[in-house]
Design a protein around this ligand. Sequence first.
Ligand code: NAD
Length: 340
Amino acid sequence: RKLGYAIVGLGSYGLDVIIPQFANCTHSRLAAVVSGDPVKARRVAAAHGLPASGIYSYETFDSIRDNPDVDIVYVCLPNALHAAYTIRAAKAGKHVLCEKPMAVSVAECEAMIAACKAANRKLMIGYRCHFEAYNLEAMRLARTGAAGKIRYVRSEHGFVQRDPAKWRLKRALSGGGSLMDMGIYSLQAARYMIGEEPIAVTARESTDRRDPRFTEVEDMLDWTLEFPSGAMAGCQSMYSANQNRILLMGDAGRIELEPATRYDGNQMWVGKDGRERAVLPPGGPGKTQFAGQLDHLATCVSSGREPIVSGEEGLRDMRIVEAIYRSAREGRTIRLDGRA
Ligand code: NAD
């Protein structure tokens, strides 16, 4: 049978991006919605043929434990609410897919992993690029030496934040600025393209604190990661320009993606020193990256396997995120390998 998902948070990602994707899934279906807006919840439930028993508020959420129709809870809330809802879902006996960033601190990530472990439930992070055809093909090309030995990865992600009232610009809900949003793509790409864990990070921040959008969180961060093989990654995130690009430079050529991590329309080239050849990837595991992601957790739950992007993977990123902020704040390189 298809496993049932409850979507928590009917905002732009949960409602407009994820819910329509169940139509592309083989192993997953929409089983419930959790929203603070009862009118919206009823409208969405009716549009997708859900019974009244599949509608929850944030207050009634814990009673989802009594709903056998729901196997997996997908947390699509502002970042600072990820930990609380993941832990409540695990305590209700449900598996969890949690959006990125996993949470707003290492301590929260550890508590989420512990809660899912104690409840013997799976925990996966919404790192959709691991199911996206271009990113998968770039990883394969990098690993098989299409550009030679990878020496440097450049990864830049940003978009223009316009409205100072948005939760993304409020520290209590976002946990931080562009790094906690598009910066996660830059960091993830550096790690999955190089295929190693960074040993040190050096970061710098540039934020105009007089700008009403940036009184609480950062605009631009630029950071360099050093890897054990000697490869380096130059990463960037910003809230004041649109950018979406990953560039891999090897000793025999380069692999370039632009746009690199969008919902669709990504493009890729392989070349000796430019964009000589456009690459069309063979396709990802699902009809779309979103369907691939939803079905991956469903099949992991059915088969008992661990998701390829588990809570531990989210925790690894959060440790680096904390080091990036610390490096920018203290103006020095932070070691990630425990060495002084
Ligand atoms: P959004 O603002 O569009 O939606 C957030 C939802 O949370 C809204 O329905 C809002 O009503 C609800 N909510 C509940 N409690 C709230 C509170 N106390 N304050 C504010 N809102 C509250 O945001 P979004 O773009 O849907 O982002 C939600 C999550 O999804 C974020 O963690 C974000 O990083 C992630 N996201 C991931 C991707 C991706 O491609 N993987 C894309 C967009 C967003």
